[in-house]
Design a protein around this ligand. Structure first.
Ligand SMILES: [Mg+2]
Length: 295
């Protein structure tokens, strides 16, 4: 049985600080591996973009890894990727057939819960060949990640920082990955013992998990969320927690900074206020919304 919010509400604090930690792209460098070894090759294959593979990869990397859209659902991420791809230098002249956007855009804007089950229903309802291609791609991506993804070790500084924090703070994994996959991954790399709780998508949103596990149990300014995406920042705000960013592309330095600077401030009550505002400003500044080739 997976951890749910009722169990989280029953969690009794062991220390006077709480740190919620995102897993994917924060403790593990899995986002780049998923993109480069599973998403990208299958986009290129299903839309026949071999001739412009480098352009596609640049657009997909920007959409999924290094922009403010990092961590988005795969369908709006693909729509952004294709929108940029169409205007990427050299693509129009290459003669490659440009991906059609209408069916994908209509699905992304449909208000449905975006995922393989609702997409399959839409394919059956409309018979649209572009949606069918999208579904075939998405199912193959999921199967490829589930069946073939190689283990990716945690960032060394993430482990060192969690080892230091665990003596004085309650640590919990706060993730939207299925809990069974999280447990497998944390156990495989022998870091499951560093945290009190491992909590995945079954328990609800990240904000709900944080509120259930820590809400009302710690003094003001003693609950922190650590994450790598703007969604993590929003979840922290929603749950009334502080936020420490693990900067994409500079993860080890960010974890070291948490250990040497952020966590001591959490302990001594000087995290909230100017320090947190400056961290947020830096973090948002590292995640652009416009790709460099369009500026
Ligand atoms: Mg993440």
């Amino acid at each position: 049985m997976s951890v749910d919010c009722a169990m989280l509400r029953g969690f009794a604090p062991q220390h006077d600080c709480f740190v919620g930690i995102d897993s994917d792209g924060c403790v593990f460098d899995t986002m780049a591996v998923k993109q480069r070894e599973h998403f990208h090759p299958l986009i290129i294959k299903h839309w026949h973009l071999e001739r412009c593979a480098d352009a596609l990869i640049a657009c997909a990397d920007f959409s999924n890894l290094i922009s403010c859209y990092r961590g988005s659902n795969r369908f709006p991420a693909l729509l952004r990727t294709f929108t940029w791809f169409r205007n990427y230098p050299g693509v129009a002249e290459s003669g490659v057939e440009l991906p059609k956007l209408d069916a994908l855009r209509a699905y992304v804007q449909s208000g449905l819960t975006l995922g393989n089950p609702s997409l399959r229903t839409e394919v059956e309802r409309t018979g649209d060949p572009e949606l069918r291609r999208l579904l075939e791609w998405s199912l193959e991506v999921s199967a490829s990640i589930d069946g073939n993804m190689r283990p990716v070790p945690p960032f060394p500084e993430a482990v060192a920082t969690m080892e230091q924090m665990r003596g004085t703070a309650d640590l919990m994994v706060v993730s939207q990955t299925p809990e069974a996959a999280l447990r497998r991954e944390w156990k495989l790399h022998r870091i499951d013992g560093l945290v009190e709780i491992i909590c995945g998508q079954e328990a609800g949103t990240k904000a709900e998990m944080l509120a259930a596990a820590a809400g009302g149990k710690y003094a003001s300014g003693k609950v922190l969320m650590v994450g790598d995406a703007q969604g993590d920042l929003r979840s922290a705000r929603e749950a009334g927690a502080l936020f420490f960013p693990i900067t994409p592309g500079d993860e080890n330095n960010a974890w070291r900074r948490l250990r040497e600077e952020g966590f001591p401030r959490l302990m001594n009550g000087t995290f909230a206020g100017d320090y947190e505002t400056e961290l947020e400003r830096e973090f948002l500044g590292t995640l652009p919304s416009i790709p460099p080739w369009e500026e």
